[in-house]
Design a protein around this ligand. Structure first.
Ligand code: SF4
Ligand code: SF4
Length: 486
């Protein structure tokens, strides 16, 4: 670890406090979306320092946020205008620079307290700051390490814990999602949902449960895909497909379209039945052990097949799977295997651009807005590939969305645990989408799809949303554009 001297020779703490305009994080007011009882006491696990004093540091020794990465931040503030929480609240401590300052304070043995955790919790993990930062600060690694410390060392209220446990005992498990999808379908189809919404009953529900209800998509019949799909024409690649958890149950049509597109482009597609969650949701929430368990299992399953690449069509999953090497770096049995696995992971649009098109594209005459999912654009740097792939479709006019770099508020489980700011961001994104005048929205992440649809609905508007793979599939099969408008 290095300790940088600042030019004025000030203690590092003071220099950073000056840079962010705050004496300490506790000096900064938190007027909007304050902790509201979601956290309890200032906590920390006491330990002896070298001088023998008992202190209550925020972070323990198991991968705390890396001091060298923290010191890469030169406090320039270029990241601030792209940070959704800074845009919403205008609070320094809700900006990347402010959060990095808090991490540094935590390393300097500041206790982990309610306010500090609140500022970390409010971060969407959208990584817009990583894109914006001219100094190459790896905020992604910093917040991932910080979240794991928070989850391990911070005591949330029983209600908050229970809500998070409910999410993490349901969403990563397709079988459990299937179990709840049948009654949900009934709720939606026999008119109970409309009745509940009209009756105002939802207003009596806790905000988080209300947000979940609003986000719920129409639960479709699941379209199962074969374990092995042969290529159409000459075989160019043998690829695996991550079918996902929420994607598999609520967006099975996207998986089916992805398989057809890959097969049309000469790929044999293997979608192992026994695969489970990739661990993305758990990783982004700091549930380290759970995330590692899912990652190991995913590697085990896909290693059984001889695959050239592993294809992912959900942005959040792809970005995590590309990081398995980093996640499993301490595991002697998996570290090298994880690196090798990650090297094979490709987002579907990235892969299609790599191999180049062979299947004919038929016209889809429609003006469509393309929404960059944060975990595709910021976390994986994939912006040009989906635009290029879609740009080859005759008649399709792609329109750009203002403030494209700002998150829609979905961010994994963020729109369920932080419904207030998520709704504001969702409606801001929806307004920018409506301003394009497009008839169709295209995006590559199930979370964004749900979030934007719910935001539009709240505003009394609607635009059909499709995954790039669905659009390519419709074009390759010569389907009418109306097939995407359902
Ligand atoms: S990840 Fe997103 S919300 Fe978090 S600090 Fe960076 S830009 Fe802000
Ligand atoms: S842009 Fe980078 S260096 Fe500048 S304040 Fe933000 S994180 Fe720090």
């Amino acid at each position: 670890m290095t300790q940088r001297d600042n030019p004025a020779g000030m203690p590092q703490d003071v220099a950073m406090a000056n840079a962010v305009g705050a004496g300490s994080p506790e000096d900064v007011g938190q007027s909007t979306y304050a902790a509201s009882g979601s956290v309890r006491q200032p906590v920390g696990i006491g330990r002896k320092t070298e001088s023998g004093d008992v202190t209550f540091p925020a972070f323990d020794d198991h991968h705390p946020p890396d001091k060298e990465l923290i010191d890469d931040c030169v406090h320039c503030g270029f990241c601030l205008p792209t940070c959704p929480t800074y845009v919403l609240f205008g609070e320094e401590m809700d900006s990347p620079r402010g959060r990095i300052y808090l991490m540094n304070k935590g390393l300097a043995e500041e206790p982990m307290n309610d306010e500090m955790v609140r500022h970390f919790d409010l971060c969407l993990g959208c990584m817009a700051c990583v894109t914006a930062c001219p100094s190459g600060v790896q905020y992604d690694k910093l917040i991932e390490a910080t979240r794991a410390q928070v989850e391990r060392r911070y005591e949330r209220t029983p209600e908050d814990r229970a809500f998070r446990e409910m999410i993490f005992n349901l969403f990563p498990y397709p079988e459990r999602l299937r179990l709840v999808s049948a009654p949900l379908r009934l709720y939606q189809r026999v008119g109970i949902r409309d009745l509940v919404r009209r009756s105002g009953l939802l207003k009596l529900m806790p905000e988080r449960l209300r947000a979940m209800e609003e986000l719920l998509p129409e639960v479709p019949e699941e379209e199962r895909i074969p374990e092995v799909t042969p290529p159409l024409g000459e075989k160019r690649r043998r690829v695996g497909l991550l079918t996902g958890c929420v994607q598999r149950v609520f967006f099975s049509k996207v998986n089916a379209a992805t398989v057809r597109v890959l097969a049309a482009e000469g790929c044999e597609v293997v979608a192992p039945e026994e695969q489970g969650c990739c661990g993305a949701l758990s990783t982004h929430a700091g549930r380290e052990e759970e995330a590692l368990r899912f990652a190991r299992r995913t590697i085990d399953v896909f290693e059984r097949y001889e695959l050239d690449e592993v294809i992912v069509n959900a942005a959040g999953c792809g970005s995590t799977m590309k990081e398995y090497g980093h996640l499993l770096r301490d595991d002697p049995e998996y570290a090298a295997r994880a690196e090798a696995f990650s090297a094979k992971v490709r987002d579907v649009s990235e892969f299609l651009e790599e191999i180049g098109p062979v299947a004919e594209r038929h016209p889809l005459p429609v003006a469509a807005a393309y929404h960059d999912a944060c975990h595709l654009a910021h976390a994986q740097g994939i912006r040009a590939q989906p635009r290029r792939a879609l740009g080859r479709i005759p008649g399709l006019e792609l329109r750009e969305i203002r403030e494209a770099e700002i998150c829609c508020g979905s961010a994994g489980i963020y729109n369920m645990v932080e419904p207030g700011p998520a709704a504001e961001l969702g409606e801001r994104k929806a307004r920018n989408i409506l301003d394009t005048g497009a008839r169709l929205l295209i995006t590559a992440n199930p979370g964004c799809t749900l979030q934007i649809r719910a935001s539009l609905r709240r505003m009394g508007r609607d635009i059909p949303v499709a995954h790039p793979a669905e659009v390519l599939d419709a074009s390759i099969r010569g389907e009418p554009v109306e097939s995407l408008m359902g």
